[in-house]
Write a protein that binds this ligand. Structure first.
Ligand code: ADP
Length: 224
């Protein structure tokens, strides 16, 4: 099997609340997977456990055969920076930095010199329809443009997996549609897998496969 990321029997509770009740999930190389489910069903917790943001209470997470959930915070942080990319609902760009430096940031944090990192970052602007936006600050970008900058930032370090949590949640329908198309196309073009948490069937429709979470359990085989 060509599984890139595998979660086995993952459990996570917050006090009395069982957010994940023993979830098995695997994502293949180059696959785009949507995780759907009602609010509070455990989608974000599942994403955070798979992405090494949160440690599950029980179970295991493996990236390309390497167990990652047992790593310390420092190693998981490095892993997130080098092997994973993230796109969140509100972009989470740094407002004081121009767009190109927001994109270059993961490279600079990894020790790539600024000039080189910015040069690499700029290569993403054309393909993502962001020509001449390089030096704009996030406040000078539309919501859709800001999400495209966030997509560039997620892909710049050539990650194995891109995680997106309601990536179009703050956009109008048309812009959301365009943003999802770019996210899926750019991720696939770069050979990465994509995991999208969403409650929107239109967003899930862009993905190859959809799984549904209900009360911390996976309900598979839901048509996209
Ligand atoms: P979803 O993403 O599907 O909305 P979440 O994974 O955010 O669901 O939450 C699943 C359950 O875990 C919910 O009942 C939520 O209230 C609870 N939960 C999530 N994160 C925390 C936290 N940090 N502290 C306490 N409870 C939490």
């Amino acid at each position: 099997m060509n599984d890139v990321l595998v979660g086995r029997a993952m459990k996570k509770s917050f006090g009395q609340t069982v957010a994940l009740g023993g979830v098995d999930i695997a994502i293949q190389a180059g696959e785009a997977l949507a995780i759907m489910g009602p609010s509070g069903s455990g989608k974000s917790t599942l994403l955070h456990c798979l992405a090494g943001i949160m440690k599950p209470d029980a179970g295991e997470v493996h990236l390309q055969g390497q167990r990652i959930d047992a790593m310390g915070e420092r190693k998981r942080s490095e892993l997130r920076r080098t092997r994973f990319g993230f796109v969140f609902q509100f972009g989470q760009l740094l407002p004081e930095l121009p767009a190109e430096e927001n994109v270059a940031l993961p490279l600079m944090l990894g020790g790539v010199p600024r000039t080189q990192a910015v040069r690499q970052a700029r290569e993403w602007f054309g393909p993502l329809g962001l020509q001449s936006m390089e030096t704009r600050r996030p406040g000078e970008l539309s919501g859709g443009q800001a999400q495209r900058v966030a997509i560039a930032r997620a892909l710049v370090s050539k990650p194995a997996v891109v995680f997106a949590d309601e990536p179009t949640g703050a956009l109008d329908q048309r812009t959301g549609h365009d943003t999802m198309r770019l996210l899926v196309e750019a991720t696939k073009h770069n050979g990465a897998s994509l995991i999208v948490v969403t409650h929107d069937p239109n967003v899930a429709g862009w993905c190859d496969r959809t799984v549904e979470v209900r009360d911390g359990q996976l309900v598979s085989g839901v048509a996209a």
